[in-house]
Design a protein around this ligand. Structure first.
Ligand SMILES: [Fe+2]
Ligand SMILES: [Fe+2]
Length: 258
């Protein structure tokens, strides 16, 4: 089976890239999973944006440090079971850290969302021990498992890949907004990429208007972040998985500009 994973969708430009890419390709995939933490103007996901992306063909959503950027995310989580936020957030937060969705071919796919702790500001429990707990919770409820590890440090993400190798079908990273060129199959069959990259404005600094960020590094009065316009990029990866062995057979990175 083929699963498309899409990196952090950033604002209107990112959503347009999703439409452009999926318009002709959505039927090729058994399941489409996207990180939606920046989908609404770069911060969080709102109800209209969520609905728009579902119409575009996205079947399930993961989030990250911007999970709570739009207040109506709580409502989205309450009424829909295809969206999760990092499972290892510290404290009493709304929502779930893992979900099970049915792919077009009938396979039950468990999706776990985790957040890193290295160079990240959120209070979070160990993503490693939380991964163990979430895999245990999903036992018997799904056929294969995917993990979105939303983290900054490449070392933490690569370590997670090897930690889960052979226990889940896929580990993909999100959050840095820069795609890494290390898509591969780990020794025990887990498909892996350190970061899918960002689906959003290509001429930008991680999605934000480049001049605002350049000014920020030059000093002076801070300016409000604005989503960049112009050319869009689509970033993701396709994982081909053998549903019997649960191993990944092939990983293909996607980077396209529209
Ligand atoms: Fe992001
Ligand atoms: Fe993030």
């Amino acid at each position: 089976m083929k699963i498309l994973t899409i990196g952090d969708i950033f604002g209107r430009v990112g959503r347009d890239a999703v439409f452009n890419e999926l318009e002709h390709s959505r039927d090729k995939y058994d399941l489409i999973v996207a990180n939606g933490e920046n989908a609404a103007h770069g911060r969080g996901i709102s109800k209209p944006v969520y609905e728009e992306l579902c119409r575009a063909g996205i079947d399930a959503f993961t989030l990250g440090n911007h999970s709570w950027g739009c207040p109506d995310v709580v409502k989205i989580m309450h009424y829909n079971d295809n969206i999760c936020r990092p499972a290892n957030f510290e404290g009493d937060v709304y929502g779930t850290g893992s979900i099970v969705v049915k792919a077009k071919n009938g396979i039950r796919v468990g999706i776990i969302n985790l957040i890193g702790r290295t160079y990240m500001t959120q209070q979070a429990k160990s993503p490693f021990y939380t991964a163990d707990e979430e895999i245990e919770k999903l036992s018997g409820k799904c056929d294969i498992i995917l993990v979105d590890f939303h983290a900054e440090a490449t070392s933490e993400k690569i370590a997670m890949g090897y930690y889960l190798d052979g226990r889940v079908s896929v580990v993909f990273g999100t959050h840095t907004h820069v795609q890494t060129a290390d898509a591969k199959i780990l020794p025990n069959g887990t498909g892996y990429i350190t970061d899918l990259g960002m689906t959003g404005p290509s001429i930008s600094v991680l999605g934000v208007d480049k001049n605002i960020i350049i000014d920020r590094f030059l000093g002076g009065m801070p300016k409000r972040f604005e989503v960049a316009g112009g050319v869009s990029q689509f970033c993701g990866a396709v994982f081909e998985i053998d549903e019997n062995t649960k191993k990944t057979l092939d990983v293909t990175r996607i980077y396209k500009e529209f």
